[in-house]
Design a protein around this ligand. Structure first.
Ligand code: PLP
Length: 429
């Protein structure tokens, strides 16, 4: 369902009060439209809840998952609110820095960090590496040694809990490529503790994405806590615990847990545990939310090009395609499609498809819409894992992005031209 930031005023769908018709007229389509207020509200749902429950000596850090939406303007909005960042590549670190945000609030996840990426992260004094294998630990120690510095690390531990989400976005089961196995984690920490250029600061997990229930996250927390206790008994004290991201959003009829409720339940466990076993010595909570901050803060605006009918179906061919929004083709994901101008005419049932030469190029299926050529459609909840996954397949320039900020519309990424797309290419002499 649409969020309150994208709602009808009369018959016209608006972004924070600005008619999407006017935005399309100025910036053309396909176009990503984000709401600054929605981003802010979603971030504050986490930050305010943490402020309410956290120990004053160990304030929580919300590390926005850059891979969900990495536009510099989005990062800057969140950074200015106090957000840290969870990155999965050196490129994402370069974005955080280019946006003017603080690299010392960056945590670096990912199974394949290269030597170059590790060096770049150490040069920028990032908060922590989430280490995903013993081999990576050795590499980080070696590089930190060459640079005469120490690297702060946490292990990403695989708690082996089932997040009950789509298999492609489930990451915390033992057969996944992510993290170190729960049974091996203790030895990994002991190895790390003996390394000269490593400082152990925390423990991390991230079990999956689009989780509707927080029970698997709380279970993962409990498993990690038992490991923290074992490490403490061994003289290895951790300063932070990172429970990852993964809270889902409403694409269709899903009812995800409310963020404040999740945070309250998490802190109830943390507080009790720290009181019982650590004489109330606090531990800092880190979180890595992506989709639950950026997902419903954006839409993809597209124009109907042609209506067409074959023996089986009606099609609405639009100017956005799977290269702009890959989630339907990749996961058969549902995105709500709303007409930007409500029509009085009778609705028919359409598959919404793009112009790309693939049968997988569909954005929505079997939707009842009253539309004709030239009408605008809003594909809802396209703020996360949408533009960041865009490609140039079929030599389609990636769509422009705008942010609506209290009635003002700002272009935050211009549309790519064909010349942009082949600028790095050359014909033979
Ligand atoms: C993708 C990812 C996240 C964010 O997940 P969401 O489901 O968008 O909240 C957090 N941490 C890591 C390590 C990730 O890979």
């Amino acid at each position: 369902m649409p969020t309150t930031h994208f709602s009808y005023e009369g018959n016209i769908l608006c972004a924070d009060g600005v008619p999407l018709t006017a935005i399309a007229q100025q910036y053309s389509t396909p176009l990503y439209v984000y709401s600054r207020n929605a981003l802010t509200e979603n971030y504050l749902a986490y930050a305010d809840a943490c402020k309410k429950h956290q120990h004053p000596d160990a304030p929580a850090l919300i590390c926005f998952s850059v891979k969900s939406n990495s536009n510099l303007a989005v990062l800057k909005i969140l950074g200015d609110l106090g957000s840290g960042f969870d990155i999965v590549s050196g490129g994402e670190l370069a974005r955080v820095i280019a946006a003017g945000c603080d690299p010392r609030k960056v945590i670096f996840s990912g199974v394949g960090k290269t030597a170059e990426e590790i060096r770049f992260a150490l040069e920028n004094d990032i908060l922590c590496f989430n280490v995903e294998s013993p081999a990576e630990l050795h590499r980080i120690n070696d590089i930190a040694g060459q640079m005469a510095t120490t690297a702060r690390i946490a292990f990403r531990v695989n708690p082996d809990v089932d997040p009950k989400t789509h298999p492609y976005i489930s990451t915390g089961l033992k057969e996944n490529k992510f993290g170190v196995a729960f049974e091996e984690a203790f030895d990994c920490y002991k190895t790390a503790a003996a390394m000269p250029n490593i400082t152990i600061t925390g423990i991390d997990c991230h079990i999956g994405s689009q989780l509707l229930d927080d029970a698997p996250l709380l279970e993962a927390f409990d498993r990690l806590a038992t490991l923290v206790d074992r490490l403490e008994a061994e003289g290895i004290t951790l300063q932070h615990m990172d429970i990852g991201g993964g809270i889902g959003i409403t694409y269709h009829e899903e009812q995800p847990v409310a963020i404040p409720d999740y945070i309250a339940r998490l802190y109830a466990r943390i507080s009790q545990w720290r009181k019982d076993r650590y004489n109330d010595r606090p531990i800092r909570l880190l979180l890595e939310p992506g989709r639950s901050i950026s997902g419903n803060a954006g839409i993809l605006l597209t124009e109907v090009q042609y209506l067409k009918t074959n023996a089986a179906k009606n099609y609405a061919v639009v100017d956005a395609a799977m290269n702009d929004l890959m989630r339907p083709a990749l996961y058969e994901a549902w995105h709500t499609v709303l007409p930007v101008e409500k029509q009085d005419s009778a609705a028919a049932t359409y598959d919404i498809v793009g112009p790309i030469c693939e049968s997988g190029d569909w954005l929505a299926r079997q939707r009842d819409l009253a539309i004709e050529s030239g009408n605008l459609l809003a594909i809802m909840c396209a703020g996360a894992y949408s533009m960041v996954m865009a490609s140039n397949y079929n030599t389609r320039g990636r769509a422009a992005e705008v942010i609506v900020d209290n009635g003002q519309v700002h272009l935050v990424r211009r549309r790519e031209t064909p010349e942009d797309l082949f600028a790095f290419e050359k014909v033979l002499p």
